[in-house]
Design a protein. Structure first.
Lengths: 577, 90
């Protein structure tokens, strides 16, 4: 981090700010809320407090302006320079200016004003949480009438405020209906649909009927996807298809590769190299919250950081779940100290209870004292700075799987890795959100496709496919052909040749990873094939070429010939605590 | 400091031909605007001013590979939307 020359800083902690004018891109309340959250980023880690005033001279005066706006430091129209701010002091010092020629959003695109519901016309808040899942678009989930709705706060589960999304979102394009709106429900192939669907198509395009019965009337159109409907190119209005191939590389998000103007584009088929179909990605704008948090850092005395991931890095990049970087914290605390926040939570004490007796077969846990002594590994006292201690005191991991040669243990938003090859052993806890942005804190299962190295994550009835940090999802597992009898996926076993077994309850499905559809003839009963392992296993995964089924503190290891050859303790054998 | 006028010096990059004029103009403007080269420094120099040093400074500040050349990643960084506060100087 850097501070300004002379280490300019405020000489008082109770700072005031005043918003002089507002961008027309967002509601005043949304902007006020964004600024308040941006100041809270800094007040959370310092003794500073921020109070909004509505008249007179505040310490930090905030305004929107374009081109030359009175301070001799002109903006430059759309894009380029986004904002600037002055270091602490009197007069113009401390003030923050935002370029009014930018398209200000919350970083995810157009604002959607709701109708009816109970939010009095407030705008959708993207993303929002509904039934534990995160959504960045209007949805029909939870409704039987096909009406699109959204939450107007970050969590519908907590706040219950919502509204309906404008029906213009469902006006179709293409097809044979000249832009008529979708009709829900509609009948296709004898089944009733209350949302747009890709069923019946092999190109992944979402469509809907524009009458109540497609089977009878054959009238349809493609559903607009506000998130990814392209602009211009040669595919106006068509949705981006992710992933797509460009110059032999796979892309799961819009990219500026191949362009010199920095504009983001995507392919509208899965292979640009062969099909050459493309368009520009819709403008998601710039997050007023993120830019404001950065500028307020200047207002408080921080200069630009050279740490790419830091908030005070000069270039803009959107992040969905923002967290202040350690470099930013060190910088601001260097100037103002730490504040009266709570001390870090001391590490949990070591468990003192006796280990459970080792089970002798699936479902039973009886053993003799001699067997107990024979099977228990020596439990050496961990060193005071043993980084694997946290993983060693966890019970009942949400998911366990091998990724890039390392066993990953997931629990409540965190994960640990264990390598039996490196001396480093168990490492972590790491943040799931940092490594795979957009995933919920609790995942049920995961597996890595051996061929493409993509990682599939499952939570509830949703799944995500990650290439690095780029994700496609969430999508419903019904897209894979898994029926409603599966509440959640509890584990996965790679079987080679592009096939993966997905377990749920006492059944499993065989997934063709390439086409992302389960094979015919499934589900099948787990104990028809996998005899001797618990049918209520919490985790199922492949590791070192053997199948592992976990329940409580134990795992059952099975050979590819379906023979259980070991039952052991997860933490002593797999984590090597 | 705000740019009152474009620098008069002709900028060259050691060891390679000039890129397309628009790239050079972009680099000139960027390096001056964000404090990697001072106007006085550009005026003091002869007509041909090496900016390798300024580019290296910028590349180091932004966490790029320090080539001293106007390569693709440097140009991409110069085109990226950003804060208007200079990286160097007051």
């Amino acid at each position: 981090f850097l501070t300004f020359e002379g280490e300019l800083k405020w000489d008082h902690m109770d700072l005031t700010y005043r918003v002089m004018n507002y961008s027309p891109d967002l509601d005043r309340a949304v902007i006020d809320d964004a600024f308040q959250r941006a100041f809270k980023v800094w007040s959370d880690v310092t003794p500073l407090t921020f109070t909004q005033i509505y008249s007179g001279e505040a310490d930090i005066m905030i305004m929107f302006g374009s081109q030359e706006h009175g301070d001799g430091y002109p903006f430059d129209g759309k894009d380029g320079l986004l904002a600037h701010a002055f270091p602490p002091g009197s007069g113009i010092q401390g003030d923050a200016h935002f370029d009014d020629d930018e398209f200000w959003t919350l970083g995810t695109g157009l604002e959607v004003k709701t109708r009816y519901g109970n939010a009095n016309g407030a705008s959708c808040h993207f993303p929002f949480i509904f039934e534990g899942h995160s959504y960045s678009r209007c949805i029909t989930e939870g409704r039987t009438d096909g009406m699109l709705w959204c939450a107007t706060t970050a969590s519908y589960d907590a706040d219950k405020t919502y509204g309906f999304c404008p029906s213009e979102l469902l006006y179709t394009n293409g097809g044979n209906s000249d832009g008529s709106p979708c009709v829900f429900p509609f009948i296709f192939d004898g089944t009733s649909y209350d949302t747009c669907t890709t069923d019946g198509r092999s190109d992944g395009y979402r469509w809907c009927a524009t009458t109540a019965n497609f089977d009878q009337d054959k009238k349809y159109g493609f559903c607009p996807n506000r998130d990814t409907a392209v602009i211009g190119g040669n595919s106006q209005g068509d949705p981006c298809i992710f992933p797509f191939t460009f110059l032999g590389q796979s892309y799961s998000a819009c990219t500026s590769e191949g362009r010199q103007d920095g504009k983001l584009w995507c392919a509208t088929t899965s292979n640009y190299d062969t099909d050459k179909k493309w368009g520009f990605c819709p403008d998601r704008g710039y997050s007023i919250f993120l830019v404001a948090a950065h500028e307020f850092g200047h207002s408080l005395g921080l200069d630009h950081s050279s740490v790419r991931e830091a908030l005070m890095y000069p270039m803009y990049s959107y992040v969905q779940d923002f967290q202040l970087h350690e470099d930013d914290v060190q910088g601001i605390q260097y100037l103002y100290g730490r504040g009266s926040g709570p001390e870090p939570t001391p590490p949990a004490p070591l468990p003192t209870e006796e280990p459970q007796p080792m089970p002798t077969e699936a479902g039973s846990a009886s053993t003799t004292e001699e067997e107990e002594q024979e099977t228990l590994e020596p439990t050496a006292e961990p060193s005071p700075v043993d980084p694997s201690r946290d993983a060693c005191i966890e019970k009942n991991f949400d998911a366990i799987t091998e990724i890039n040669g390392e066993l990953h243990f997931f629990k409540n938003g965190k994960y640990w890795t264990h390598s039996s090859f490196w001396k480093s052993g168990t490492q972590g806890a790491f943040s799931i959100a940092d490594s795979w942005p957009g995933l919920p804190a609790v995942i049920d299962a995961a597996f890595q496709d051996v061929l493409t190295k993509r990682v599939f994550f499952f939570a509830g009835r949703q799944f995500w496919v990650f290439s690095g940090k780029n994700a496609v999802g969430p999508r419903g597992i019904e897209k894979l052909g898994i029926g409603k009898e599966a509440g959640r996926i509890t584990g996965a076993l790679q079987r080679g040749r592009g096939k993966v077994l997905l377990f749920s309850g006492e059944h499993y499905w065989r997934l063709d990873v390439k086409v992302q559809t389960v094979d015919k003839g499934y589900p099948r009963a787990t104990d028809d094939v996998f005899t001797g392992v618990p049918l209520d296993a919490r985790n199922v995964f492949l590791y070192q070429d053997k199948y592992h089924f976990c329940r409580d503190s134990f795992y059952w290891r099975m050979t590819p010939r379906y023979q259980v050859d070991r039952v052991g303790y997860i933490k002593y054998d797999l984590l090597q605590c | 400091a705000p740019l009152h006028s474009k620098p008069q010096a002709v900028i060259t990059f050691p060891g390679e031909l000039l890129s397309a004029p628009s790239d050079v103009e972009l680099a000139e403007s960027y390096l001056l605007r964000f404090g990697y080269i001072q106007e006085a420094e550009a005026r003091r120099s002869s007509k041909h001013v090496s900016l390798a040093k300024a580019l290296r400074k910028m590349q180091k500040q932004l966490g790029l590979e320090e080539t001293g050349e106007l390569d693709a990643s440097t140009l991409e960084a110069m085109r990226a939307p950003r804060c208007g506060v200079p990286d160097v100087g007051g």
